[in-house]
Design a protein around this ligand. Sequence first.
Ligand code: A3P
Length: 321
Amino acid sequence: IKHVEKSWDDELQQLVQTLPTEQGWVSGSSLYLYQGFWCSPHVLKPLISCQKHFRASDSDVIVASSPKCGTTWLKALAFSTLYRNQFTRDENPLLTFNPHQLVPHLEYYVYLNNPCPDLENICVYKPRLFATHVPYASLPTSIKDSKCKIVYMCRNPMDMFISFWHFRDKLRDESKELLSLDEAFDKFCHGIYDHGPFFDHVLSYWKASQENPDKVLFLKYEDLKEDISCEVKQLAMFLGVPFTEDEEKQGVVEEIAQVCSFESLKELEVNKNGSHANGNPYKVFFRNGKVGDWSSCLTPAMVERMEKLIQEKLDTSGLTF
Ligand code: A3P
């Protein structure tokens, strides 16, 4: 096994040397361009392991997103909707665990230190529910080829950018410096951040959802903010677990929306004081959860630049922000 690991590490080293690289947003960090998207070196190994070894089953559900587009919210909603008959309202594991513990990330957790993780053990509830930040084209082949379902969450890129900049700031080592908002924005517009470029990511899932709407459900953070009940019902329908008339009458949809809301999750002990195995506090996933926060943070010139980019990149795709 050691021999196999060593040759795999050598192979990875060789690969890394061939990849275009850029400086990340935090001093001393770097990003590598792998299969057309930027990722930090520590994600490359688990990502490639996952691509090589993960075998999706038809009943799996994959929650996909670009970072800071509402992954935590979507994880909470998918978990509560899919498994609602497996625990009582007061025993919802979301009350004591962070959504990231309950819906394991393929490249940031499941394959992080182990190329052959025990997936059945990792997924306590069935059907299995996993998350990923990988663009559609780079998903493990079995996810694309099987009948497993994918739910994608996107968000206005300006809100996503502000959220990401704050997130990076909160998680950085004190000895490291973060790019100024201006500098980071320029990198963002060039697609240089973890899992960027933004528009390639979003469009990859948008196209997949247009081509195969039974396989990929495309959701927008802003739509969830506007009418959460409608979106939760759509999610349940897509996942093959529609709410019954009785459930709707009993207010189950609103209950799920409430338990997964920003205000509820943020106040839970686990999310206020708990932390991930890697030491990152869970509270960094809950900042202010608003739509349009960008308007008080970006200059008119930045907004103009982004609006042009949105127009140019989304073009005739039918997708709007
Ligand atoms: P802000 O930084 O704009 O507040 P991700 O989960 O993909 O890391 O995204 C984090 C963003 O989603 C943060 O945005 C966070 O506050 C917001 N968020 C987290 N939980 C949420 C929830 N339950 N409802 C709405 N927004 C939520």
